[in-house]
Design a protein around this ligand. Structure first.
Ligand SMILES: C[S@@+](CC[C@H](N)C(=O)[O-])C[C@H]1O[C@@H](n2cnc3c(N)ncnc32)[C@H](O)[C@@H]1O
Length: 280
């Protein structure tokens, strides 16, 4: 993956320490932002970016139309516009890691293409340093301060961006939106659920990741292209949507009293929980 040249020293550059209390690595906010913008402009020239953009445009349009129809059918007095929201978990340390930087650059391009205001995009990763949070705020994104563990209920059509994240984050997200109404109004750009199923022992997949396991049979996966020089960054990524007609194939009992995932038998949870400070 091509790395860009070093930016020139600026008089008033903002230096913030990374991962307070651990390595005192300084993040040059100007330089990281500049590099990120350069990465975004490089990505925009890649042929596969156009396919990602078009797939996402189509999928988000469907979501918005469904949401507006539901509002109209219910004669809701709440004249909500159906403006898409975005939530991004698990980018990683994008100031020092090329994968995270490319994934963030892709997110910036997609927000622009989908006309989602940067402030309507919330981002969280427990590893973000104060410098990285400053970069994210500078580009206008909303940096969450609380670890939601992926348990975010979508109140409007929402695009979730979870690149190469732990299965528990997806499972928690599905649990929090476990109804036909909510699932039909979200889409996830993230790891293919079919791929997860293939790579995990059936018994453990069904027991620990019950929500992913149940939805895999009926969700729609459109695998996104990934050029061979970017497999570390964009491999195994799909647009996951949950069409109403397909959700109807699941029995009604699937939807009743969904219990909060506990992961008591899970040896390797792969995500950071609220009450844990270190990465599991
Ligand atoms: C396998 S890494 C992927 C990093 C990056 N997306 C990449 O592809 O290189 C998983 C990421 O999920 C993050 N993560 C773990 N728990 C999380 C949580 N509760 N909320 C958001 N992100 C979390 C980790 O800190 C880590 O950066």
């Amino acid at each position: 993956m091509a790395r860009r040249g070093r930016g020139k020293t600026k008089k008033n550059k903002l230096l913030l320490s990374s991962n307070e209390g651990t390595i005192q690595e300084h993040v040059d906010v100007d330089k990281v932002e500049k590099r990120l913008r350069q990465t975004a402009s490089d990505l925009k020239c890649e042929a596969f970016y156009g396919t990602w953009r078009d797939e996402l445009r189509m999928a988000t349009l469907e979501l918005q139309q469904r949401y507006l129809k539901r509002k109209a059918d219910s004669q809701s007095l709440n004249c909500s516009s159906g403006q898409m929201q975005c939530v991004c978990y698990g980018l990683g340390s994008f100031s020092s890691c090329a994968s995270g930087r490319y994934q963030l650059a892709m997110l910036m391009l997609l927000l622009d293409a989908l006309e989602i205001r940067p402030s309507d995009c919330s981002v969280f990763d427990p590893v973000f340093s104060s410098g990285e949070k400053a970069v994210l705020s500078r580009i206008g994104l909303t940096v969450l301060i609380e670890n939601e563990e992926g348990k975010r209920q979508a109140l409007k059509p929402t695009f979730f961006y979870l690149m190469h994240c732990g299965k528990a984050l997806y499972n928690n997200l599905l649990w929090k939106n476990w109804s036909k109404q909510h699932l039909t109004e979200i889409l996830i750009v993230g790891n293919s659920f079919c791929g997860m199923k293939e790579r995990t022992i059936d018994r453990e997949f069904n027991r620990d990741y019950r929500y992913i396991s149940q939805i895999t049979a009926v969700c729609k996966e459109n695998l996104l292209p990934c050029p061979s020089h970017m497999t570390d960054v964009f491999s195994d990524t799909a647009v996951l949507t949950f069409p109403a007609g397909d959700l109807d194939k699941l029995s009604e009992s699937t939807w009743t009293n969904p219990s909060e995932p506990q992961y008591e038998y899970c040896k390797d949870l792969e995500i950071v929980c609220k009450d844990r400070t270190e990465i599991i």
